[in-house]
Design a protein around this ligand. Sequence first.
Ligand SMILES: Cc1ncc(COP(=O)(O)O)c(C=O)c1O
Length: 417
Amino acid sequence: MFKGELSLDPSEIRKDFPVLDQEVNGHPLAYLDNAATSQRPLSVVQAVEDYYDKYNANVHRGIHKLSEEASEVYEHARTKVAEFIGAPSDREVIYTRNSTESINLVAYSWGLDSLKPGDEVLVTEMEHHANLVPWQLMCRRTGATYRYVPIEDGGHLRMDLLDELLTEKTKLFAFTAVSNVLGTINPVKELVDAAHKVGALALVDAAQAAPHMPIDVKEWGCDFLAFSGHKMLGPTGIGFLYGKEDLLERMPPFLAGGDMIREVHIDSATWNDLPWKFEAGTPNIAGAIGMGAAVDYLQKIGMDRVHAQEHALIKYAMERLAEVPGIRMYGPPPEERGGLVAFTVDGIRPRDLAGILDTYGIAVRAGHHCAQPVHDHFGIPATVRASFYIYNVPEEADALVNALLEARKLSKSRDLK
Ligand SMILES: Cc1ncc(COP(=O)(O)O)c(C=O)c1O
């Protein structure tokens, strides 16, 4: 039984998430797939609906009431996001579709323009493919060398190799703040400082951090930060790139077209001011507005409490999961991780396990979670991942464990036949 302390009252929070109040396969839904995408509270859905119902218009373009209102709310959402991550200026927050696009923006704009043979880009073995493949591609295109920081079996980065891997040749160190498989919370400031010491830029993938813990880009000192709205109570199709203003000023545009220009003549063009220089075409206006409401929701709770809540949940979940015979959990102890855990159970394929859990109404993810190199490290093709958020309750961890025990029985009885 759960004996810890929750900093939030999930029963109050759950009232804002009607999607959670349903049965799946005859069992109460336990949504434990938050690392893939979170649910959205009523206030976010309402903000999106209000935009379409009350002031739908394109932004920055029309000199009419609706367009002015849409532009104002859209830009105000940017201010909220900037405050949420401690960005000194709104000009440093660029709307993208998701973390993947944010990282690709840096790769194609900064990378293509700056990298050359002899330069090095450093990533880590625990990255999501979104922070690996763009750099593989960019190194191939520019002749730069691609290197990585390995992990050790406990799920931490090999910090002892950092001095060797970060040299004056390193132009960028791109790493995740929190691993989406191991849950490891990396020492971001230490890594940023190490990159800066050799004159490299630091890009932080905050896809699994921004939804779950307080972030201050000034404190971290990172040059770029990427994160996605849909993992932090916001709509899908909206994400963010934070970049230091002087860097963004010097970088060429990524996508080109309307809105990102100042003037266009038949054979030349000049660029708009930041952040719009990187926002070509009609943006995801509804998504950005919904995101403003999501930030309001999280800020009202307080990110310290969000983090504390998830810590209590993951600690309890891992203690209980340890009771399942044949289970192996990957990554560090609860004190050093975010609110997710990836595991395998002897004799049952992760995909089959997730299918069995679904019959008990438990939504988890099975596969390589777009982080194949982590799985390669452990010599396994896949894991099952349970990931918690503010609305989860300890009883859902109990349900997960009970269903796993049933799955074990089922597989044993099949073995006997
Ligand atoms: C650590 C990490 N980085 C990047 C991404 C990519 O996010 P998106 O699919 O929203 O671009 C994910 C998604 O799961 C992730 O967990």
